[in-house]
Design a protein around this ligand. Structure first.
Ligand code: NAD
Ligand code: UGA
Length: 381
C-alpha cells in the first residue's frame, strides 16, 4: 500500500503529529495543506513531507487539484480555541463549516475518501445524564444562540449531518472522527503575556502559567470534566481508520480515553505536582478561580462533562495506552525542556496556535531544530 494523504489544516497540532506518523510508516506520501508550516520544519521525518501554502477559503481550483491527486483527504482545517468562538464567531463558521463544505464537494466530485474531523464538542452538555457519549445514539444539547461558545459545536454538527446525508445518497465515502481533548507535543504554544485574544487551550495556558510563574486560572472553579487523550494514542487510532477505510466507511468514531477523566481543578493540581517533581521544585503553583465571562468574554458556557463510549473504535483493535499521569508527565517535561526554542518561535507568532516541538519520548529528548524537513511546493509540484 502506498497512498497519498493530504491533511488540510495539517500544519496544526493534530495534523502535524499525524503527518509525521504517516510519513514515518513509509506507506504514505504526505502533502500538508495549511497557512502555517512551522510545526513541520522541526523534525526530519523519515520521508519528506510536502507542504502547500494554501488558505482553503481562497482558491477552490487549487484545492480541487490537490484533492484530485490524493487517495485520502483529511479535513482538519478549523478554528479550535474556545476563545475564538466568542471573539470571532463568524470566522469560525466560515472555516469550520463553509470552507469545509468545499472540501466535501471536492471529495464528491473526485470520488475521494474523506477523513473528517468533528469534535467531542458536538455532544454539547450532558443535560444531567451520566451516560457516556455514543456516536449513533446520544443527543446533542447546546445552549442558546447568544452564547457563542456553541457556534463551533453547531458548525461541526451541521457538517457531520451534511456528510452523513451525502453518504446516504451514495455520493461520498468517509469516516468522521470525534477526538476527545487530545493533548501533547506541538499543541498550541507558550503565552508569555496572556490576553483574551491570545488564549490557547488549557494545556498551553497551564504550562504558560507554570513557566512564567503566574497563577493557574480555573474557569468557574474548574468543575468541568474532560477525558484527556495523549496525541500518540490519537494518531494510532487515526491511522487505523485510514488503513481500514473500507471497513469503517460512512461511520462516526469517538476517539478518547475514558480512563483519563478528571476535573480541570484536579488537572491543575496534577500539573503543579508534575512540574515541581520534574522541572522546578520551587515553583509556586498558585491556583485561583476566575469567571468564564472574565476569562473568555460574555457568552461563555461550558461542556460540563465529556465521557466517550469508545466501543466502536475498540472494535478495530485500538485502545489508549497512556494514563492521565503519564500523558501530562510527557506534556509538562516537553514544554519545560523546550522553553527556549518555543520562545524563539514566538517572536514571529501572530496567534496562540504556534509551534511546539515534535512528538516522541518527550521526557527523554530535547529539541533539535532542523532545517526544513519537508519540500515546499505548489499543488502541482
Ligand atoms: P490547530 O489549531 O492546531 O490546527 C488547525 C489548523 O488548521 C491550523 O494549523 C490552521 O492554520 C489550519 N487552518 C485554519 N484555517 C485554515 C484555512 N482557511 N486554510 C488552511 N488551513 C487552515 O487545531 P488541532 O487541535 O490540530 O485540531 C485539528 C482538527 O481536529 C480541527 O478540525 C479540530 O476541530 C479537531 N479537533 C481537535 C481536537 C483536539 O483535541 N485537538 C479535539 C476535537 C476536534
Ligand atoms: C476544546 C475545543 O473546543 C476544541 O479544540 C476541541 O474540539 C474540543 O476541546 C474537543 O476536545 O473536542 P475545551 O475542552 O473546552 O474544548 O477546551 P480547553 O480550552 O482545553 O478547556 C478545557 C476546560 O478547561 C474548560 O472547562 C475550560 O473552561 C477550562 N480552562 C481552560 C481553565 O479552567 N483554565 C484555562 O486556563 C483554560
Amino acid at each position: 500500500m502506498f497512498l497519498q494523504a493530504i491533511p488540510l489544516g495539517g500544519g496544526g497540532f493534530v495534523g502535524s503529529n499525524l503527518a509525521y506518523h504517516l510519513s514515518d510508516t513509509g506507506d504514505y506520501s504526505v502533502r500538508v495543506v495549511d497557512v502555517h508550516d512551522d510545526k513541520l520544519r522541526l523534525k526530519m521525518a523519515n520521508n519528506p513531507i510536502d507542504f502547500v501554502d494554501l488558505d482553503i477559503r481562497s482558491d477552490r481550483d487549487a484545492l480541487d487539484d490537490l484533492v484530485r491527486q490524493a487517495d485520502v483527504v483529511v479535513n482538519l482545517a478549523a478554528h479550535v480555541h474556545p476563545s475564538a468562538f466568542l471573539i470571532r464567531p463568524l470566522e469560525v463558521v466560515e472555516t469550520n463549516l463553509f470552507a469545509s463544505l468545499e472540501t466535501v464537494a471536492s471529495c464528491i466530485r473526485n470520488r475521494k475518501f474523506l477523513l473528517h474531523f468533528s469534535t467531542s464538542e458536538v455532544y454539547g452538555k450532558t443535560g444531567g445524564s451520566e451516560e457516556p457519549f455514543r456516536e449513533d445514539e446520544t443527543d446533542c444539547i447546546l445552549g442558546p444562540i447568544g452564547n457563542h461558545r456553541w457556534i463551533y459545536s453547531c458548525a461541526k454538527q451541521m457538517l457531520d449531518r451534511i456528510i452523513h446525508a451525502h453518504g446516504l445518497a451514495g455520493e461520498l465515502d468517509y469516516a468522521i472522527v470525534r477526538p476527545f481533548n487530545f493533548v501533547g507535543p506541538l499543541m498550541d504554544g507558550l503565552v508569555p503575556r496572556w490576553t483574551r485574544e491570545d488564549n490557547p487551550r488549557v494545556l498551553a495556558n497551564f504550562m504558560s502559567a507554570l513557566i512564567y510563574d503566574r497563577p493557574l486560572e480555573l474557569v468557574n472553579g474548574g468543575r468541568s470534566r474532560r477525558c484527556f487523550t495523549f496525541i500518540d494514542d490519537g494518531v494510532d487510532a487515526l491511522e487505523l481508520i485510514i488503513r481500514n477505510r473500507d471497513r469503517v466507511n460512512r461511520q462516526i468514531f469517538n476517539i478518547g480515553n475514558p480512563g483519563n477523566e478528571t476535573t480541570i481543578a484536579d488537572l491543575a493540581r496534577l500539573m503543579v505536582r508534575l512540574y515541581r517533581a520534574h522541572c522546578d521544585p520551587k515553583a509556586s503553583g498558585e491556583i485561583r478561580t476566575v469567571s468564564g465571562d472574565s476569562f473568555y468574554g460574555p457568552g461563555y458556557e461550558d461542556c460540563d462533562r465529556r465521557l466517550p463510549d469508545i466501543s466502536k473504535i475498540q472494535g478495530l483493535g485500538w485502545a489508549p495506552r497512556h494514563d492521565l499521569e503519564e500523558t501530562f508527565r510527557r506534556c509538562v517535561i516537553y514544554f519545560h525542556r523546550n522553553r527556549a526554542h518555543l520562545e524563539s518561535m514566538l517572536k514571529d507568532a501572530t496567534s496562540p496556535s504556534r509551534a511546539l516541538p515534535p512528538s516522541g519520548d518527550s521526557d527523554e529528548r530535547t529539541m533539535r531544530p532542523t532545517a526544513a524537513s519537508g519540500r515546499h511546493g505548489s499543488p502541482n509540484s
